[in-house]
Design a protein around this ligand. Structure first.
Ligand SMILES: [Fe+2]
Length: 410
């Protein structure tokens, strides 16, 4: 038999032990906590706990499982945030972790689990220090109750934390931190505000498109990515326009889960590499930074993977089956931009204060470019940017999407 092509392996594909989908499945959290432990640590931000915390805690306690609660999970959680949550785990004698929230809560939950089962500080498990698969022992059971659609963190072997001593993010990647149970109940995301529906939704779409076109794309993850994009392209504008549309919220939860499976088992690429420094400079959420960049990277990339980007254009309705691949691929960037316009993405920039002047922005472009290269994500991109090309992309984002009089803002 001939050697398998890169698109067919060999690969390891991870997934949560179980995933519960559908209206009301969060009522099963107590039963699952009871299967895995006797005292649950519930992790959430204060805002999410205020909305859903009491119901989830009552459900867990009704199943005969005691609870301890940590409600100080922050966006972009830090090492100190993880250590404070771990102190509660230890002092309360917990044996199962329940995260309530999106990526931040889930990543704190995974990290508390790492500290519970392994020696050393959490910073030491970053891939820059411990390498990939640098967590020796599996975490205790983690039940990830998702309230966004979404980061897909409930499906992945990755946790992203901030090292506050250097103000930089680091990632931990290990099969030993994949959650035990993921809970995808659309009733929990009905209360997600429009802005966060837009940010987390475009993040999920970016996961799917980057996984699909990454040089690490794989036949199995391509299937997840295609299906994710097909769902998200319709369900994101609908759920953004009407948060109570339970069907659209359900589709988004499924789509973001599939997108998580796609990127978690192949990779993200240049958009994510650029979004990290751009988001830090503008102080905007991860998903918004992705959405500002995505159309330009699609346009930049399409010549390197015309077959893949033609598929993207077709599922976005910008081309049909008879359109030649190169023609269809050329339309993908504009089609992605229209999706961002459908959810008024750039309008939300105003909520995060004034953007820097062009001059001030140009000053930090070299630093952002270096950060993007250092992230390693450009290595996964179908078209490898040169240093000058990456700087030009950052400038294009400013002139087209950030400046107050730019085309996407006026
Ligand atoms: Fe992301």
């Amino acid at each position: 038999m001939s050697e398998p092509t890169p698109a067919h392996g060999p690969r390891t594909v991870v997934s949560p032990g179980k995933t519960l989908f559908g209206v009301g499945v969060s009522e099963q959290v107590g039963d699952y906590a009871d299967r895995y432990g006797t005292r649950a640590l519930v992790l959430a931000s204060e805002a999410i706990y205020d909305i859903h915390g009491e119901t989830i805690v009552e459900n867990i306690e009704a199943a005969g499982v005691e609870t301890a609660v940590y409600t100080d999970v922050r966006p972009d959680p830090t090492v100190a945030n993880v250590e404070a949550a771990y102190d509660v785990w230890e002092s309360e004698g917990c044996d199962v972790i329940v995260t309530l929230g999106g990526g931040s809560s889930i990543d704190v939950g995974k990290s508390v689990g790492i500290l519970a089962a392994n020696e050393g500080s959490i910073r030491g498990f970053g891939v820059d220090r411990a390498g990939y698969e640098g967590v020796p022992n599996p975490t205790p059971p983690v039940i990830a109750v998702n309230t966004t659609a979404g980061t897909g963190s409930e499906t992945t072997r990755t946790a992203v934390l901030t090292d506050e001593s250097t103000d930089t993010k680091f990632i931990i990647v290990s099969e030993n931190i994949v959650p035990t149970v993921a809970v995808e109940d659309p009733t929990l995301i009905q209360s997600l505000p429009k802005s966060h529906t837009a940010f987390t939704g475009i993040d999920a779409f970016t996961h799917a498109i980057e996984a699909f076109t990454s040089v690490k794309s794989y036949s199995v993850t391509d299937g997840y990515a295609r299906d994710a994009m097909t769902r998200i392209v319709d369900a994101l504008p609908t759920s953004w326009a009407n948060g109570d549309d339970i069907e659209a919220r359900t589709e988004m939860l499924i789509g973001q889960f599939q997108a998580g499976k796609a990127f978690g088992n192949s990779s993200v690429a240049l958009v994510h590499g650029m979004a990290r420094p751009l988001g830090a400079q503008l102080h905007v959420p991860h998903g918004l930074a992705n959405g500002l960049i995505l159309p330009y990277v699609v346009e930049f990339n399409h010549v390197a993977a015309p077959g893949k980007y033609a598929e993207v254009a077709r599922l976005l309705g910008a081309a049909d089956a008879d359109t030649p691949d190169r023609v269809a691929a050329r339309r993908a960037g504009d089609a992605v931009q229209e999706l961002c316009e459908d959810i008024s993405l750039t309008d939300y920039l105003d909520e995060f204060g004034d953007v820097p002047t062009r001059e001030a922005y140009l000053d930090v472009v070299p630093e952002m470019t270096q950060d993007a290269f250092d992230s390693g994500s450009p290595d996964n991109n179908p078209r490898k940017p040169t240093h000058d090309e990456l700087e030009e992309l950052f400038v294009r984002v400013y002139d087209d999407a950030l400046a107050p009089d730019s085309p996407r803002r006026s």
